[in-house]
Design a protein around this ligand. Structure first.
Ligand code: HAS
Length: 568
């Protein structure tokens, strides 16, 4: 049963007001779904802005400079907007929306506190507005990593704080609901859908402590003039404590869909409940790996770098568990649809379902994204690729496709589910996924090839004067521009489908169902200990204190010696 087909015999399409449709969430009212819906809409606003900026970035690679046409002051202002709205607004608000919904679905009840949910919604919208104002007025051209000593206006940092607080509100509501559910279900295992959703938010909340200390302890007082100087290297240590686990905050909501919805849509089952719980717990415990973004940083000892390198390699365990679990479920589905031979099950998957197709294509891209992550993680190879365009090549396959294309795929059933409107232009939606994959393969080929030939990342090509008599990166940049334009066109198709769906006069008056995968080996076959989220969180904290204690001990004392510069 595909995700976007009607779940029960479709009744006549009627121009019924959306109130005629229902969702399969017992006890959940329209008021409970409102924050979920408006967090999702904010995510789509972020995606839209990011895709438009992406086109400008791609065209700049071949000297087509359009920033002044849209009223921006520079390539770097555009790059900041591109990175912040995609890496922070789009991903954070989607996680707030989707993890709230899946938690309700898993527990079979609404989240305990509408007040907390609405507070989180307002924090997200206000935070986005503050950061957007700062970036659009060119007062925060500091890129999405906002590295000091570049100094942005205070409201940019306050906006980021509000967005992080909106995610903490989501976790608070999940834990309140877990507590209430526990009272009624003392001996039960936490339902897998809620378990994976809560572990995702716990992992992120622990990870966010790094940037919370950096922004609240240093950057906001500094931007207000309460302290004169900061220590940029120490701020990078704090940032990257958060900066790598943030990628799993982007990825794990997609993993919830890949584990618990995609196999069902393909007609398969999940091999093991326990293995899925274990994979998510691995991501929770393996928090302290951020130093692998700092292999070339001075002031960080080789012990910290080696520990980070080794822990990063361990991350391949949950990644391979995921690849096995999800693909096994897909294979079951493909074979149940008549797939024969070693790979004959693949064409039998429901490729005509835009939600399934987009997520399958995103998963395929993730193999390449993951492999390039292994290259980045190598202490020696990193010396070749660090700060080169190889890195954007890597992350447009990971966050740019494994995550972004999967989220677009999820929206193909989620928006109809939340609005009661039938998905419009299904065939265009299927095409959109293939165009995105084709575009990112060309884009990443260009970026990675350029990076291996020394092309820097985050550098306007027109600025790099040494390029005057150097054409060695022309092919790389041409591929980047072509691939990026293809991704933009695909993004435009996505928004055509979304708008046509949201404003579709054809409402459906059936019950919208969220397809949840059954497991072959259920929760009774795995250790109850896996559900002890407090203990697993403590293990994550202890490992983080150990690794970052050594990192910071080696670095200490910090020196507040950078007054702050405005380079734009
Ligand atoms: Fe990364 C830099 C290492 C994963 C994003 N990464 C970045 C940056 C971003 C980013 C944004 O070690 C740049 C940050 C900046 O601005 O400086 N990354 C890794 C490693 C992994 C990894 C080892 N990255 C991600 C994910 C991201 C992401 C996920 C976003 C979502 N990354 C690095 C390193 C750097 C770095 C260094 C710093 C480089 C430098 O020097 O600056 C691993 O987690 C990857 C493991 C994944 C796999 C693939 C598993 C495959 C699966 C496919 C399932 C298939 C399905 C469908 C479901 C091994 C699970 C199949 C379909 C059919 C039809 C069958």
């Amino acid at each position: 049963m595909s995700i976007t087909e009607e779940r029960i015999t479709p009744t006549e399409d009627v121009a019924a007001p959306p109130r005629a449709w229902r969702v399969d969430l017992p006890g959940v009212t329209a008021a409970d779904l409102r924050p979920v819906k408006w967090q999702l809409y904010l995510a789509l606003v972020g995606l839209f802005l990011g895709v438009v900026m992406g086109l400008l970035q791609a065209l700049e690679r071949v000297d087509i400079y359009l920033y002044d046409v849209v009223g921006l002051k520079s390539y770097y202002q555009g790059l900041t907007i591109h990175g912040v709205v995609l890496a922070i607004v789009f991903t954070f608000t989607f996680a707030n929306s989707f993890m709230s919904l899946t938690t309700m679905k898993g527990f079979g009840r609404p989240l305990v506190s509408p007040a907390v949910a609405n507070t989180g919604l307002w924090l997200a919208w206000i935070g986005t507005g503050l950061a957007a104002w700062a970036m659009l007025t060119n007062k925060a051209t500091v890129l999405f990593t906002f590295y000091s000593p570049m100094k942005a206006t205070t409201l940019f940092y306050v906006g980021a704080v509000f967005l992080v607080l909106s995610t903490w509100a989501t976790l608070l509501n999940q834990l309140l609901t877990l507590h209430a559910w526990r009272k009624d279900n003392r001996s039960e295992r936490i339902p897998l859908l809620s378990f994976t959703s809560i572990v995702t938010m716990i992992m992120w909340t622990l990870a966010s402590v790094g940037i919370a200390i950096e922004v609240l302890g240093f950057l906001i007082p500094w931007s207000l003039g309460w302290i004169d100087n900061v220590d940029p290297q120490f701020n990078r240590i704090l940032f990257w404590f958060t900066g790598h686990p943030i990628v799993y905050f982007w990825l794990l909501p997609v993993y919830v869909s890949w584990y618990l919805m995609l196999p069902k849509a393909a007609g398969g089952k999940l091999y093991s409940d326990g293995l899925a719980r274990l994979a998510f717990l691995f991501f929770l415990v393996l928090l302290p790996v951020g130093v692998h973004h700092q292999f070339t940083d001075p002031g960080i000892g080789e012990q910290a770098k080696t520990m980070s390198f080794l822990l990063t390699l361990v991350i391949f365990v949950p990644s391979m568990i995921t690849a096995f679990s999800v693909i096994a479920g897909l294979e079951m589905g493909g074979r149940s649809r008549g797939g024969k031979g070693i790979l004959g099950w693949i064409p039998k998957l429901p490729w005509g379902d835009p939600s399934v197709s987009a997520q399958l294509l995103a998963g395929l891209a993730f193999f390449l994204g993951g492999a390039s992550g292994l290259i980045n993680a190598s202490l020696t190879l990193n010396l070749v690729v660090h700060n080169s365009s190889f890195i954007p090549g890597h992350f447009h396959l990971t966050v740019g496709t494994a995550v972004a294309l999967s989220i677009m795929g999820i929206c193909y059933w989620l928006v109809p589910y939340l609005t009661g409107k039938r998905l419009a232009l299904r065939r265009l939606a299927v095409l959109q996924g293939w165009l995105w994959l084709a575009g990112v393969l060309v884009f990443s080929r260009g970026q990675m090839a350029g990076g291996l030939e020394g092309m820097p990342r985050r550098t306007q090509i027109a600025d790099a004067v040494y390029l005057d008599n150097f054409s060695g990166w022309d092919l790389a940049n041409t591929l980047t521009a072509i691939g990026g334009t293809m991704m933009f066109l695909s993004g435009a198709l996505f928004f055509v489908v979304m708008v046509a769906t949201i404003f579709n006069v054809r409402a459906v008056d059936t019950t919208q169902r969220m397809p949840i995968t059954e497991t072959i080996h259920g929760p009774r076959e795995s250790w109850k200990f896996l559900d002890r989220l407090g203990i697993w969180s403590l293990i994550a904290v202890v490992l983080s204190v150990l690794v970052y204690g050594i990192t910071i001990w080696h670095y200490w004392p910090i020196e507040l010696n950078a007054p702050g510069v405005r380079v734009w």
